[in-house]
Design a protein around this ligand. Structure first.
Ligand SMILES: [Zn+2]
Ligand SMILES: [Zn+2]
Length: 122
């Protein structure tokens, strides 16, 4: 009887801890989802461009590109990070971004996209 009671208490204790952990995991997951939603819906400029998430992705893109313009490796001044797609804003894949110097960035927007304004993500 004593053993069964201890076992029962032990099990209750275990269940309590498990559900607390689940609650914490669920809360963390909810916060990630909420943050993803915020990143995707906040105004692109200046809000998104001011987020630590974008600062980190931008830095990663610059690092991966060797701090060179990816249209011309001789260009290394005034580097900006251009979005090839905004589909994954807030959770961009490396292929979603390309490092361009300010001049090449302007050219890409003007002549390829037909839009003279750039994100100015420098
Ligand atoms: Zn751009
Ligand atoms: Zn360039």
């Amino acid at each position: 009887m004593t053993n069964a009671s201890e076992f029962k208490n032990g099990r209750v204790q275990l269940e309590l801890i498990t559900s607390q952990e689940e609650a914490t995991t669920q809360l963390a997951a909810f916060e990630v989802i909420q943050r993803c939603y915020d990143l995707q819906t906040m105004p692109y400029r200046p809000d998104y461009l001011d987020t630590p998430e974008w600062a980190q992705r931008r830095q990663m893109a610059l690092h991966d590109a060797g701090y060179r313009c990816q249209l011309n490796a001789r260009h290394w001044r005034n580097l900006e990070v251009h979005h090839n797609t905004y589909d994954r804003r807030g959770a961009e894949l490396p292929k979603d971004l390309i490092v361009l110097c300010a001049d090449c960035h302007r050219h890409v927007h003007k002549f390829i996209m037909g839009d003279p304004t750039t994100e100015a993500a420098a």
